[in-house]
Design a binder for this molecule. Structure first.
Ligand SMILES: NC(=O)C1=CN([C@@H]2O[C@H](COP(=O)(O)OP(=O)(O)OC[C@H]3O[C@@H](n4cnc5c(N)ncnc54)[C@H](O)[C@@H]3O)[C@@H](O)[C@H]2O)C=CC1
Ligand SMILES: O=C(O)CCC(=O)C(=O)O
Length: 425
């Protein structure tokens, strides 16, 4: 029997009046419910904002070190629950258990880092031309911070938004993606056990269009931090900006990895597979455009395909799995759409491209590691974020050409290069 996780508002776990729930399914086994959360109402969000606003008055007055103690305590409790949180993550969104443990550890380290921030400098003294003046800057809290997060890093992303907000004296309301909310609820349980004052950390689940949009619109929410898709992010920025709030958006990527002709090919192949296909390619930092110099193109491609064929795809809970399923049905359909688009637009399918259905794989959203050859910059698969296990190989002659292709995209997020030479601009 699976559990339904409640909202955590004003220091209490609260049942939504809506009576509706959202169930989270295991993408490795579509019929398995990992847990459920509530489809909350706008009124409940407004209550969370009011509680966070009230709690902020006392929270901001604590010494940074004291706030840090709460963060450190939450980190220690998370450490005790690492195995359970990571297992829930793997079951809820499919990434392999070692990756899920790595992400949970990253969350714990971020909490500890920001706990220490409570004792670091929070301003500067600035020289003045007036000898009698003391000029200084000091970081002060904004107020209530709304935190809207995606499903691909259901532990690390909420924490890297919540921890800095809290340490500087803000209170927070977390609205996780539905497909990652059971994992996020388990993180919030750690914050509860760390005994944060009521209303400092709040958690509310529900649809993006009601609760996410509500956070953007609510005037008691002084700032919103978001990670997710471009369209939703831009909409949030417009709404929060129009009412004078602050916002921070981290959205998509279409990241290049340049393979220069002098590189260590084995190292470059390993990095291309890990950067492009780990987490099933569902990272905004995923390196999906592989730009290779013509002198080594065939050699690199052959090694890449050979190694990609060795990738074990399966349930992230199996120790032998290197790559898990797509995180949900929507993402699975998106990936299939882009694979079809690549074929239609004339790219050559060099590896994969199919759903995997052998044995237990038929119960999940599995797609083969996929490599397209002969991709050009004008193709959709070279321009749009796929968020799946699909690499696009692009051939160039010179490093200058490689850099031009790398820049020929509307996104700017991460980039990598494999070479032995130093490139100076
Ligand atoms: N930058 C990144 O790390 C991420 C990028 N994506 C990209 O976005 C695509 C779609 O993924 P989705 O899960 O559908 O992303 P999404 O942008 O719809 O969801 C992200 C978060 O925003 C919330 N949200 C949805 N509609 C909202 C609205 N109108 N107002 C406020 N909040 C709202 C969602 O509930 C979730 O918590 C992916 O295929 C991928 O390309 C998705 C997740 C993370
Ligand atoms: O690659 C990472 O560690 C972070 C990726 C990220 O922020 C994202 O995918 O949203």
């Amino acid at each position: 029997m699976h559990k339904t996780f409640l909202n955590y508002i004003g220091g209490e776990w609260q049942t939504s009046k809506s009576g509706d729930i959202l169930s989270s399914y295991n993408p490795a086994n579509k019929t398995e419910v990992v847990g459920s959360v509530q489809k909350s109402t706008r009124e409940e969000l407004d209550e969370a904002a009011a509680q966070a606003k009230k709690a902020q008055k006392a929270w901001r007055k604590l010494a940074g070190a004291e706030r840090g103690n709460y963060l450190y305590k939450a980190a220690v409790i998370m450490e005790e629950n690492l195995e359970e949180i990571a297992t829930t993550m793997t079951k809820e969104m499919g990434k392999s258990l070692p990756e899920a443990k790595g992400e949970t550890t990253r969350g714990i380290q971020i909490l500890k880092y920001f706990a220490g921030e409570g004792m670091r400098s929070d301003g500067d003294v600035i020289p003045s031309t007036d000898p009698s003046a003391l000029m200084f800057s000091k970081r002060v809290p904004i107020g209530v911070v709304g935190v809207i997060t995606p499903w691909n890093f259901p532990v690390a992303i909420p924490i890297w938004k919540i921890a800095p907000a809290l340490i500087y004296g803000n209170t927070v309301i977390l609205k996780p993606a539905s497909e990652g909310s059971v994992t996020a609820a388990k993180v919030i349980e750690c914050f509860e056990k760390a005994d944060f004052p009521a209303g400092v950390v709040n958690f509310i689940t529900g649809s993006g269009s009601v609760i996410g949009q509500g956070l953007a619109e609510n005037k008691d929410v002084n700032a919103v931090t978001f990670t997710g898709s471009n369209n939703v992010g831009k909409n949030i920025g417009n709404i929060v900006g129009a009412r004078g709030g602050k916002y921070q958006l981290e959205m998509g990527g279409k990241n290049p990895i340049i393979i220069a002709e002098d590189c260590d090919i084995e190292a470059a192949v390993d990095a291309t597979l890990s950067g492009g296909l780990k987490s099933t390619g569902q990272k905004c930092t995923c390196s999906s455009r592989v730009i290779v110099q013509s002198a080594i193109y065939d050699q690199f491609k052959e090694r890449l395909i050979k190694k990609a064929k060795e990738i074990t795809v399966g349930d992230g809970m199996d120790a032998s799995t290197w790559m898990g399923p797509c995180a949900n049905e929507g993402q699975f359909n998106t990936v299939k759409y882009y694979i079809d688009k690549g074929k239609e637009e004339g790219a050559t399918l060099a590896l994969g491209g199919n759903q995997l259905t052998e044995g237990n794989l038929k119960n999940g959203y599995y797609i083969e590691p996929t490599i397209f050859d002969n991709v050009t910059s004008d193709m959709t698969i070279a321009q749009e974020e796929i968020f799946g296990p699909v690499l696009a190989l692009m051939k160039v002659d010179t490093i200058e050409d490689a850099i031009a292709v790398a820049n020929d995209v509307e996104f700017g997020l991460s980039a990598s290069i494999f070479t032995k030479i130093s490139i100076i601009y």
